[in-house]
Design a binder for this molecule. Sequence first.
Ligand SMILES: Nc1ncnc2c1ncn2[C@@H]1O[C@H](COP(=O)(O)OP(=O)(O)OP(=O)(O)O)[C@@H](O)[C@H]1O
Length: 653
Amino acid sequence: MTEFPDWLAFGQPEEGVRDLDAAFGRLLWRRSSQAGELALRLAILCSARLAHGHPCLDLAALCAPGEDAPAAGAAADDRSGPPPWAAGGLDDCLAALQAADFVGGGDGPQPLVLHGHRLYLARYWRAGRRIREDIARRLAWAPEPAPEPARIREWLDAVFTGPAAETPDWQKIACATALLHGFSIVTGGPGTGKTTTVVRLLAVLQGLAGAPGLRIRLAAPTGKAAARLSESIAGALEHLRGGAGGALGGALARVPSEVVTLHRLLGSRPDTRRLKFHAGNPLDLDVLVVDEASMMDIEMMDAVLAALPAHARLVLLGDKDQLASVEAGAVLGELCARAEEGHYTPAQCRRLLACCGEAVPEIRQDAAGTALDQAVVMLRHSHRFQADSGIGRFAAAVNRGDAPAVAALLRDPPPGLSLVRAGPHAASEDAWLRDSGILSDTGCPALFRVLRAGPPEPHAPQPVWDRWAREVLSQQGRFQVLCALRDGPWGARGLNRRIESHLRAEGWIPASAGAWYPGRPVLVLRNQPALGLANGDIGVALPVPDPGQDGPAVIRVAFAGATRGAVRWVSPARLPDIETVYALTVHKSQGSEFDRVALVLPDRDVLLLTRELLYTGATRARHALALVLPGTDELLRRAVVRRTARAGGIWNP
Ligand SMILES: Nc1ncnc2c1ncn2[C@@H]1O[C@H](COP(=O)(O)OP(=O)(O)OP(=O)(O)O)[C@@H](O)[C@H]1O
């Protein structure tokens, strides 16, 4: 039997390391003839960092002295500065890895790759390299034959009819950019018009292509995001079709509004990681638009690029400032790292002026701009939030990391924003639950009110039951409690228990009801293609008549169906992987929006609580945001200034 060194023999060698990572370390030890402790520890840490979304271990950051925020790739999430075993510094780490036979340069069989001062698991290194190479190829692609700038301008003028909200009109520039490149990104905060822009872009693409038109597919990482994009595309199309006739009407008729999840697009199959569509069997399309691309992890980006035919255009939409995917790799964030400043070359500015009549301001120009810079456009004006909107101002201040501005806003909150003290700072638990809207008329009880108001007659036809379920589901989408953590009293689980017990005490949930009571909102935790359900879908338990029986009602869980207005009814027995969802983590809420949000922070400082998390949580709210603070103001300040540290290393390894 292999004799492991003591530190590696049992369990996890240190905090922040999972059993899986330690097992990986033991495997390397067994297979390696001369595995040194330092190299092994770094390999284990590299594997552990994946659980925190880092596609690599940044050794320079690991060895740097600690600050308030954790160094990207720091050993444990609640500690900063190098771990004691790496006290020898960066040079020692690099030397140990260079000497290890399980570390290579990316082309050999070694399970780890050292590139510069970054250590990667080979699988992620290779995925990153494929992504870089594929995007570089697509950036070098130009449409053949190149459309005349005058024709592009004609079509853009036909779809951009109203007055521009800003100068230059970045939406128009984004359209022209996507027309000129095989790969492009439109990034922007909530309500900046990403969807509006893409609908116009697709109409112009169809107009320029003429009949029979291009094969366009729309996709999003989650079912929720897909359903939301589908709705807004349908709305934007309706709006544009209003006054359109002739050629524009024809082009608009060829713009689809159906949006599928990326898993479905790629033909993901249960029980296997293999996808139906890949480089050997590419997707049958000319244009692919992916919304909420900030949620795409490195493996998903790799799979999408691989399955995309060489001639197809890829347009990514997303908010670069949102939390990245929970899985490894903040791909969109890395690709948009220079979006704020622009970096458009004079040649690109001339092309844009000719194609859309918009002049890029000098401050956004840069003769040394890269090919990627030319393909990324940031929309800057929010059409959703007025300049004085509480949510908009709060989100902007958080995004800037401007803690004094956040504090000032919360001292005297503008309309739409409120601060609610909870925990030891609140008069009572009832008080903060009510003040934050959670137990108010428009909060969680509203779901039960809609449910009670509407059950159809037992023998009513199915469409009537579906309509009732849709009303309940829409109400479910109007209010949501969001929180940073999953566990603990201020995490999703603790809050769900507390809210549920208050709802029971108030009689909304019958005292005698078991786990499956009418009105229970549930979150699906795993993709279940056989049921048409995806991880992150939210349904509501409803009482329906037992088919063929006159006895008491049975519970079925209603989910929004794939097509507009459709409802999917599922028996609770088929839903083992769900949890109650009065409260949802901000991570899981990505891709969703709600009219009103109560954003509950934890009562202690955790490194997960960052600017990106606050920004993402706050921007899930359309009309009202209540920030619930069980901790101190200092805790909020620290959250605003702390950035999510990601080791990066995909676009610029
Ligand atoms: N140029 C414009 N002029 C007037 N209204 C606009 C313009 N662009 C967008 N809007 C309006 O602003 C709202 C938000 O637009 P849209 O849904 O396209 O933004 P988004 O960036 O996709 O938002 P989300 O945050 O939902 O992803 C919509 O009501 C839309 O009609």
